[in-house]
Design a protein around this ligand. Structure first.
Ligand code: APR
Length: 318
């Protein structure tokens, strides 16, 4: 059986890290596309030259022409600009909405059967633009945010409890922004929900609230440290997990920005929810019950995403 083809649109910090991880995991052959001349070619060659050392069989190519993505099984999109200190993800919309429109057209022309993962921010609105312009079925176009946000939450919790990150599960819903909704009730250590761990004296409610806030600010914390760009190792790892779930039909239950129409009380909006990811793309949305407080936080997040989608609509070509 021929290897799968994974196209990376955007060969910057996240794109390069994605290319490296995909080869190490032998998920398929990789092509990188970018408008920066020489960058996708250079990163492709550099990583290809590491494969004999790593002992992994994956072919790499890079180009400044969209035809390189032809026939891709998976497309991961990071094209656009990242934020700088002081900027919110939403500040990127003017530039990135136009980039997503071009990328959507490229996907429609060259690989309309692909599974598409958007990483470009502001995530929930950019994945909407990408879907609109590519015309792909909604279940084949998703946004990566929840896996990253919950990984940050899991890391902070594991550090707090001094337990393995493997034994911490976390649940983050809503938009990928300041209004994201980390759900402590559905987050656990080896199945024990966080509120029970507070009762058991493992931590205090105050500490837990701080960790939730640090999760919400997780992206900004990295931007503040790096100063020249935003996080890239963890976002790349998160998107690779989603790509792997699709390529291997793993039916992973992962939080993704997915098209919600008739679930979570929504009538057509991309927002972060738990989904089953398999060979069909988003095979199911897990429509969980929320209590009044959680619902209020989710509704606030949904309103913020709606605003970003409306702003993106204004920026799109007619
Ligand atoms: N088509 C293709 N590539 C483009 C385009 C375009 N129209 N416009 C910009 N790019 C490329 C840039 O040349 C650059 O190589 O996108 C790449 C972006 O890479 P970085 O600047 O390193 O940004 P990165 O850290 O990878 O983040 C990319 O993901 O998490 C989000 O907020 C982040 O929106 C940002 C995106």
């Amino acid at each position: 059986m021929a290897r799968k083809k994974i196209a990376l649109v955007g060969a910057g910090n996240i794109g390069g890290t994605l290319a490296h991880l995909i080869g190490l995991k032998e998920l398929g052959d990789v092509v990188l596309f970018d408008i920066a001349e020489g960058v996708p070619q250079g990163k492709a060659l550099d990583i290809a030259e590491s494969t004999p050392v790593e002992g992994c069989d994956a072919a790499y190519g890079g180009a400044n022409d969209y035809s390189v993505i032809a026939g891709a099984d998976v497309v991961i999109v990071t094209a656009g600009v990242p934020r700088k200190p002081g900027m919110s993800r939403d500040d990127l919309i003017g530039t990135n909405a136009k980039v997503m429109a071009a990328v959507g057209e490229g996907i429609k022309t060259h690989c309309p059967d692909a599974f598409v993962i958007c990483i470009t921010n502001p995530l929930d609105a950019m994945v909407w633009v990408l879907r609109e312009l590519s015309g792909l079925p909604h279940e084949k176009v998703v946004g990566m945010a929840g896996v990253l946000d919950s990984a940050r939450f899991r890391y902070f919790l594991a550090d707090e409890f001094k337990v393995s990150v493997e034994d911490v599960t976390a649940f983050v819903l809503g938009g990928h922004g300041d209004t994201m909704v980390p759900l402590t009730r559905y987050s656990t250590v080896a199945g024990i929900p966080l509120p029970d761990l507070v009762k058991m004296g493992w931590t205090t409610q105050e500490r837990l609230d701080q960790i939730v806030q640090r999760t919400r600010d997780g992206g900004a914390e990295i931007v503040g440290l790096l100063k020249t760009g935003s996080a890239f190792y963890a976002p790349a790892a998160a998107a690779v997990q989603m790509a792997e779930a699709y390529l291997k039909d793993k039916k992973r239950v992962l939080p993704c920005a997915a098209w919600c129409d008739g679930v979570f009380g929504l009538d057509g909006l991309y927002v972060g929810v738990p989904v089953v990811l398999g060979a069909g793309g988003v095979e199911k949305i897990v429509d969980i019950d929320m209590n009044a407080e959680e619902k209020a936080m989710f509704d606030k997040s949904v309103e913020s995403v709606r605003g970003l989608v409306a702003a993106s609509r204004e920026l799109m070509p007619q």
